[in-house]
Design a protein around this ligand. Sequence first.
Ligand SMILES: C[S@@+](CC[C@H](N)C(=O)[O-])C[C@H]1O[C@@H](n2cnc3c(N)ncnc32)[C@H](O)[C@@H]1O
Ligand code: SF4
Ligand code: SF4
Length: 337
Amino acid sequence: MPDRVHLDMVVFETTDACNQSCKFCYNHFKSQQGFIMAAPDFSLAKKSLQTLLQQAEVSSISFSGGEPLLVPRLFDLILKARFAGSNVHLLTNGTLLTDDTIGYCRDLGVEMIQIPILAPDAELHDSITGLAGSWQRAVATARKIARWDSSRLIPVFVLSALNISYVLPTLELYRDLDVKHIMFNRFNVGGLGIQHWKALRLTTQQLQDTFAAASRFLVENNMVANSGVCSPICILDPKHYPGIRFALCNTDVSHRPITVNYRGDVRYCNHSPRVLGNIHREPLSQILTQATASGYFDSVPDVCAQCSLWSRCRGGCRAASEQLYGRFDLADPILNG
Ligand SMILES: C[S@@+](CC[C@H](N)C(=O)[O-])C[C@H]1O[C@@H](n2cnc3c(N)ncnc32)[C@H](O)[C@@H]1O
Ligand code: SF4
Ligand code: SF4
């Protein structure tokens, strides 16, 4: 019996399939030529989750995708995770949750439900997601969850050139849902976002001004945001944005958002395209030990070589460099504007 590893957090990608095609979506397989979306496969997802839970004790599992609500019997999977003692977060675009499935979330003790609300109105949100009616449904779902327990609802803002002018009215919408915690992500290039990169990307000045305005709003309204995307400290220095908590890229695998998809493929994080191994072929403990020993994290981008912040920052999100340039030894593409 191989060692059972302990992980703080796993992102479990339940399916590649999605009913939206958000212009910014980082799902790495969407940048592949001739990519064909596989249909949801409950049996395979169940087998992979069971194997994961046999091989690892996981404090918190984020059910993500693609769109997890497209997986039939998704709540059987969530029940398995809860039985194994894991806290569960559900990352969904919110368009497919019903009164019944919100009830299942309540009954199963789902800790957090994250729903992207990208704009204060339907027209802009739907133009980003590519699905007519998606804003209406996501906001209606968010309202229902907030009525049940607003502390379980985490609205997600993905900041890009498309919605930069609408940050404050969108944060006002979140405040009116009575939430105290939100996600405030900058657009991180990858997946479908590579195709739309020029239309989505922001200058350093735009990022800094917008993070400062968002932080002020959050502090004034007694709210707090997590920035879910690691960012170079020379672009976004956490000390200037007290209302926003920043994720930094941790090289210790037990504290990383290790990502396992429904086929059992393991990756360093949800943004990284690089498959480290498959839990149906070798134990997770071995995959992670080999990954740590590979020295992959040791490469230092030239631009960071003399930087005193290196040990904290590690070049921002180099999974984005892998996605855009096919290389991990280059700093976050955001440094190149
Ligand atoms: C890939 S989605 C999967 C779950 C679900 N389909 C959804 O949209 O919530 C997970 C989360 O990542 C966010 N996201 C997707 N692409 C992103 C990007 N390029 N940069 C930052 N956040 C992104 C989404 O808004 C969502 O909150
Ligand atoms: S961000 Fe979520 S909803 Fe949007 S395309 Fe990606 S997986 Fe689908
Ligand atoms: S380590 Fe690199 S990306 Fe991070 S602050 Fe220093 S120069 Fe910028």
